[in-house]
Ligand binder design. Structure first.
Ligand code: PMP
Length: 412
C-alpha cells in the first residue's frame, strides 16, 4: 500500500496506521463533527441535521403492526430471509413508486438496509479507483463519502433553480471523455434536492436522460423526498420513462421512519442480479423483522394519509423558515423549496460559512457549511439550513440568532 493511502487513512496514534487499505483514506470524519456534538445540546437550535420528525408518526400504528407481525408470523420475522427482500413488501413497494409514475416488476426490486446501503452496493458494483462519478454540485454528503471510499473522482455539474443544467452536463462529459476518463454514472437527486432544495423540471429530466443514453452513462436516481411535496407534486421520476439506463433508489426513512432501515433499489434486470449477490455478501438478508412490520403497516394503516401528515408538518416548518429569513436576513439569497427538508443559502462574498460556524454555535444555532456538500472545496459562501426537525418557533429563534452572527461578521 502506498504511503499516501496510509497517511490519509489514519493518524500516528493509531497502531494500525500502516495497515489500512487505501480506500479507507476516503473515510474521514467531517471537520465540523466535533462542533456538531456541541450543537446537539438542547439549548442549541440545530438547523444542521436532516432528521425526520418521527414524532408526527403515531406510535400506536407501529406498535399494532409489530404486535400483529409477531403473533401471525413471528418465526419468519425472527429468521433470515431472502437476499432480495420479502416478496410481499417488494410488491407493495411497486404501489409506492407508482405514485411517481413508475411501472415496474417486483422481480427488479432489491430491498436494502436504507437507501444508503443501496448507494454503497451500486458503488461497489461499478466503481474502480480513478473512475468518474458525475453529480450535482452541491450533492448529498454521505454519497460523496461512499464514492470517495471507492477512490472515484466526483465531478460536480452546476445546477440552478430548475436543477442540474443539461448544457453543463454535456460540456463536462465532452471534456472528461476527451481526457480519456471513464465516467461510470450520474448520481442525481431530482426532487427536493439535498442540500439545494431545488427540483429538476420534467423537460430537463428528459434531456438529461437522453444525454446519458447517448453517452452510455448509467443514471443513479436517488429519490428519498419525492413524496414530501408541499403545494404540488414533483414531476414523475426519471425511472418512469427510462427502464434500462436508470437505477432508482427509494426509502421508507422519510415517509415512515428511518429507524427501520428499509430502502430499496429498482434496477435494470441485468444489474438486479449482481445487486442481490452484493446484498447477500454484505448482510445475508435485510432485516426480516422490520420489512414485515412495514409490510403490515402498509396493508393495514392509512400510509398515504400519514405521508400527508408529514407533508403538512414540513410545509409549515418551511414557511416558518422562509418567513424568518425574509424578516431577519433579507440581504441574503436562498432557495425556496416546494418539498423535502432543506433550504440552501448564499452568503455575501466576504463571508465563509465554515469559519463562521464556531461563532454560530456560541450563539446557540447550528447549520451545515456548504463545503461539506462539494468534493472540491467549493461552497464556502453557502450553508444548508434544515427545517425538518425543529418546531416553527425554534426555527424562528434559530434564524434570529443566525442573523446576529452574520451581522456581527459583516460589522453591521
Ligand atoms: N440519499 C439522500 C439524498 C439522503 O438525504 C439520505 C438521508 N439523509 C439518504 C440517501 C439515505 O437515507 P436512508 O439510508 O435512511 O434511506
Amino acid at each position: 500500500m502506498t504511503k499516501q493511502g496510509s497517511s490519509q487513512a489514519g493518524n500516528n496514534l493509531d497502531p494500525w496506521y500502516h495497515h489500512y487499505a487505501e480506500r479507507a483514506g476516503g473515510l474521514r470524519a467531517s471537520e465540523v463533527r466535533a462542533l456538531f456534538a456541541v450543537a446537539s445540546r438542547p439549548e442549541v437550535v440545530s438547523l444542521a441535521g436532516g432528521m425526520p420528525y418521527v414524532a408526527a408518526l403515531p406510535q400506536d400504528l407501529v406498535i399494532n403492526a409489530m404486535e400483529s407481525v409477531m403473533r401471525k408470523q413471528g418465526a419468519t420475522a425472527m429468521q433470515y430471509g431472502s437476499g432480495q427482500g420479502v416478496p410481499v413488501l417488494r410488491e407493495q413497494i411497486l404501489e409506492v413508486m407508482a405514485l411517481e409514475g413508475i411501472k415496474a416488476h417486483a422481480d427488479d426490486v432489491v430491498v436494502t438496509t436504507g437507501s444508503q446501503h443501496a448507494l454503497e452496493l451500486v458503488s461497489k458494483l461499478f466503481l474502480n479507483p480513478g473512475d468518474v462519478v458525475l453529480s450535482e454540485g452541491p450533492s448529498y454528503v454521505t454519497a460523496l463519502v461512499i464514492f470517495r471510499s471507492y477512490q472515484a473522482d466526483v465531478e460536480h455539474v452546476p445546477m440552478d433553480d430548475y436543477g442540474l443544467i443539461p448544457e453543463a452536463l454535456r460540456e463536462h462529459i465532452a471534456r472528461l471523455k476527451a481526457a480519456g476518463r471513464n465516467i461510470k454514472f450520474l448520481y442525481t437527486i431530482p426532487s427536493f434536492h439535498n442540500p439545494a432544495g431545488v427540483t429538476l423540471t420534467w423537460e430537463r429530466r428528459l434531456e438529461i436522460l437522453e444525454i446519458c443514453r447517448d453517452n452510455n452513462i448509467l443514471v443513479l436516481e436517488d429519490n428519498p423526498y419525492g413524496l414530501l411535496y408541499f403545494d404540488r407534486p414533483a414531476p414523475d421520476a426519471m425511472r418512469s420513462v427510462e427502464r434500462d439506463g436508470v437505477v432508482y433508489l427509494g426509502t421508507f426513512s422519510k415517509t415512515l421512519a428511518p429507524g427501520f432501515r428499509v430502502g430499496w433499489a429498482l434496477a435494470p434486470h441485468a444489474i438486479r442480479e449482481k445487486l442481490v449477490l452484493a446484498n447477500e455478501a454484505a448482510v445475508l438478508s435485510p432485516s426480516s423483522f422490520t420489512q414485515l412490520i412495514i409490510s403490515e403497516y402498509l396493508s393495514t394503516a392509512d400510509w398515504k394519509g400519514q405521508i400527508n401528515t408529514f407533508r403538512g408538518v414540513y410545509h409549515e416548518r418551511k414557511n416558518a423558515m422562509i418567513a424568518a429569513l425574509d424578516e431577519y436576513l433579507p440581504e441574503l439569497t436562498w432557495t425556496n423549496p416546494n418539498g423535502g427538508f432543506y433550504v440552501w443559502v448564499t452568503l455575501p462574498e466576504q463571508l465563509d460559512s465554515k469559519a463562521m460556524l464556531p461563532r454560530a454555535v456560541k450563539e446557540l444555532v447550528a447549520y451545515t457549511p456548504g463545503t461539506a456538500f462539494f468534493s472540491d472545496g467549493e461552497g464556502r459562501q453557502n450553508m444548508r439550513l434544515s427545517f425538518c426537525y425543529p418546531t416553527p418557533e425554534n426555527i424562528r429563534v434559530g434564524i434570529r440568532r443566525l442573523a446576529t452572527v452574520i451581522r456581527g461578521e459583516l460589522d453591521l
